[in-house]
Design a protein around this ligand. Structure first.
Ligand code: MTE
Ligand code: HPA
Ligand code: MOS
Length: 751
């Protein structure tokens, strides 16, 4: 992937938080966590810890000058537990010392006495006890009361999908410095600088202008740093503020895996009604979301589950209810797809089970019900420029699906132990933050008087290549060499009120703002060029490849000369521009509106081989036709699609998070938590759907970050189909991750 900083990455020269060149007197922080899943704090004794040589200070909730409150959507989360602890791994105290080892050692010596309270880890149990984060939400379309009588088939079932560890390469990290006037500057590995700024200001009782947050890049986020990077930044901020010394807080890997939230596990009930011909008439679903101990982003994630509960299908009668359940686990959080994958797994399960009952291939039902142009989603938006069927039929023809089916059948006929299965997985994903107000961004462009360009936006580079795309936009509009353009760190003093880099929207939102800022300057430059060339017709002036053209004829005036002269003529060579996605809205009282700027579509064919003696499996291939809009960086977009597919397959199959009965995580290392590696990775073929220009995206492109993740769901059903080839009597199960262990146990299940 030809990212801006690729060469630097390979040489190890790129700086992450822990590599930051630090000032003299830097101190290190470590955190003392609850060992108990639910209980009342009786006492916190720090005496022993304080006596350790090299310990500078220990902070508990009573040392917080402002509010001990970091909750975003709902204010239900303390930075440091005061009276009650609600999960194993909840922060209670911060130790600051001369080095990390001392800080860690002292944190272990803090003695926290807790009186245990009953704990709940299961979402349905929490729902039964009415322990909810927010009131349930229901989306209704048509009428699911009456529709069942019309159906030839009515099928009900239950599904489970598991948690997922983000496993960003850079663990949660922050460095905070005291600055003049009692303020704080924080370098944070966050997807959301403004959240860090706002919450730290709240905790320290400072106005937001006294907290500056800077992010050069982050070593992956995947949603895990949309909200949860704030905790560590605020702790470093608190320590630096109190001690008037720079403080660094870096989570070791195992600690990060233990204490941070994951993708939300869901448990769901469905009921689906169909006609003999495969048409889906009705769909009812209830989602139980395991939110963990506090809200974090759960209500927003819950909402996106509802938005995507019918995936890429048109269903006339839908009733979908989503319940966010409070449990004694670390608060679960954003993760690529943001609740969408959880919702889509359920409809795919329902279709798969219906196909089993009806004795047909699930692809027949999927294909029969794909969205058409102007079909209405359960939330009232219409499918516009709908590429659902286009990607399906292109995948069928391009990859010769009939031949694949035949090959799989032949393979299965001659092999007893190894069985193959395929599944087709269509996707439809809405682009925009579902919270309309978050769909805004700004850009600040400076042209220095040597002709080089500096670009600041709200976008965070986290490996997804957004900086490279932003540079391309500047390079394209000014028609200058991309090497002349530098993307700056994301900084709250240059770009204010930033939305997180999330919802796959960073390139769209910040790209549009960048485009506008560049166009503002370009107009001034054309005026200047016209003056220099003594021409009146602005429209005839163009900049191409760093030269000024008039009436399509090259002049002597170069970019560098133009900029130099413009500066001497006192022309403004900077522009700040703001962009907000137009024409989106959503009414939560009616649960109807047009929340998304557009949708992304695609179809994947996933093939798996299962070793039915051992239960292990291999994904042979994932063949995709994806709607990228009109991609303006195919290499980056392909890289995003490939990464997302592998991550999606991992979620559905080998990645399994387990806790013991005390709520302690058992899978906190890479020896117990398996993630995809290069051996796991199948051959991935990706076709860019042609003629898919997107009128609502930057340069007619579409967002790419999250949508392909959901192709991974096809992996689950490819394995199920292989299992059914081995044991035709096998009744399907919908309990992901479908680990080799689960495969083995189910292959030989008697009933
Ligand atoms: N790609 C890399 N390499 N690292 C990441 O952390 N995060 C994903 C996706 N791709 C991620 C990634 C998630 S969850 C989102 S929302 C998008 O990138 C965010 O970036 P974008 O808006 O620029 O697509
Ligand atoms: N996607 C990702 N992150 C978000 C969203 C969303 O829709 N809303 C709030 N944070
Ligand atoms: Mo991505 S889950 O929206 O950070």
């Amino acid at each position: 992937m030809k990212n801006y900083d690729l060469i630097q990455h390979v040489k190890g020269e790129s700086l992450f938080v822990d590599d930051t060149i630090v000032p003299e007197g830097l101190l290190y922080a470590a955190v003392c966590y609850s060992q108990i899943a639910h209980g009342k704090i009786i006492s916190i004794s720090i005496e022993k810890a304080e006596k350790v040589k090299g310990v500078k200070s220990i902070f508990t909730s009573k040392d917080i000058p402002g509010e001990n409150q970091i909750g975003g959507i709902i204010q239900d989360e303390e930075l440091l537990a005061k009276n009650i602890v609600e999960f194993v791994g909840q922060p209670i105290a911060i130790v600051v010392a001369d080095n990390q080892l001392i800080a860690k050692e002292a944190a272990r010596l803090i003695d926290v006495k807790v009186e245990k309270l009953p704990e709940i880890f299961d979402a349905r149990e929490a729902a039964n006890k009415n322990q909810l984060i927010v009131p349930p939400r229901t989306f209704v379309k048509g009428n699911t009361e009456d529709c069942w009588t019309k159906c030839d088939y009515i099928i009900e079932g239950k599904t489970e999908s598991g948690a997922q560890e983000h496993l960003y390469l850079e663990t949660q990290s922050a460095i905070a410095y005291p600055v003049e006037g009692g303020g704080i500057k924080i370098i944070s590995s966050t997807q959301s600088p403004t959240t860090v700024q706002k919450i730290t200001a709240r905790v320290l009782n400072l106005p937001m202008h006294k907290v500056e947050v800077d992010v050069l890049r982050i070593g992956g986020g995947f949603g895990g740093k949309e909200d949860q990077a704030t905790i560590w930044a605020a702790m470093a901020g608190l320590s630096a503020f109190k001690l008037k010394k720079p403080v660094k807080l870096i989570l070791p890997r195992q600690e990060d895996m233990r204490v941070t939230g994951k993708r939300h596990p869901y448990s769901s009930d469905f009921k689906i009604g169909l006609m003999k011909d495969g048409r889906i008439i009705g769909y009812e679903v209830t989602f139980y979301q395991n939110a963990g101990a506090s809200a974090d982003l759960s209500p927003a994630i819950l909402e996106r589950t509802l938005f995507h509960c019918t995936n890429s299908y048109y269903i006339p009668n839908v009733k979908a209810t989503a319940i966010s359940c409070k449990t004694n686990l670390p608060p679960n959080t954003a993760f690529r797809g943001f609740g969408g994958p959880q919702g889509m797994f359920v409809i795919e399960s329902a279709i798969f089970k219906a196909a089993e009952v009806m004795g047909i291939d699930s692809a027949e039902i999927q294909k029969r019900n794909l969205l058409n142009e102007n079909d209405e989603f359960p939330y009232g938006q219409k499918a516009e420029n709908c590429n659902s069927k286009k990607t399906w039929s292109k995948a069928e023809s391009l990859y010769s699906i009939d031949k694949i089916r035949l090959d799989v059948e032949n393979f299965n006929n001659i092999n007893d132990i190894y069985k193959k299965g395929i599944a087709v997985m269509p996707i439809c994903f809405g682009i925009s933050f579902t919270n309309t107000s978050m769909n805004q961004a700004s850009a600040l462009v400076h042209i220095y008087n040597d002709g080089s360009v500096s670009l600041s936006t709200a976008a965070i580079e986290m490996g997804q290549g957004v900086n490279e795309k932003l540079r391309q936009i500047v390079s394209e509009i000014f028609s200058i060499d991309i090497e002349k353009i530098k993307t700056e760190s994301t900084n709250t003093t240059r770009i204010a009120n930033t939305s997180p880099t999330a919802a796959s929207s960073a390139a769209d939102l910040n790209g549009k703002a960048t485009e506008q800022a560049c166009n503002n300057i370009l107009l001034r430059l054309k005026q200047t060029a016209a003056e220099i060339l003594k021409k009146n017709n602005l429209d005839a002036i163009e900049i191409k490849n760093e030269m000024v053209y008039n009436d399509s004829i090259i002049t002597d005036l170069s970019w560098t000369e133009l900029i130099k002269t413009a500066n001497l003529k006192r022309v403004n060579l900077s522009s700040h521009s703001f962009y907000a996605t137009p024409n989106i809205h959503f009414d939560r009282t009616k649960e109807k509106g047009k929340p998304f700027a557009y949708h992304v579509y695609g179809t994947a064919i996933v093939e798996a081989t299962v070793d039915c003696l051992r239960g292990i499996y291999k994904f042979n291939s994932v063949k995709v036709v994806h709607d990228f809009g009109k991609s303006f960086n195919q290499l980056i977009d392909r890289g995003q699609a490939e990464g997302a597919i592998v991550q999606g397959l991992g979620w559905m199959t080998i990645e399994e998070i387990m806790h013991n009965e005390l709520g302690q995580i058992l899978t906190d290392t890479l020896s117990t938590y398996k993630v995809p590696d290069i051996h796991f990775t199948p051959d991935i073929e990706i076709d860019f759907l042609e003629d898919a220009e997107n009128p609502f995206g930057i340069f007619k492109s579409k967002a790419i970050g999250e949508p392909p993740f959901m192709y991974g769901i096809g992996g689950y059903f490819a394995i199920m189909n292989a299992m059914k080839a081995f044991n035709p009597k096998l009744k399907c199960i919908f309990n992901s991750p479908l680990t080799p262990e689960k495969v083995l146990m189910n292959l030989y299940r008697k009933s």
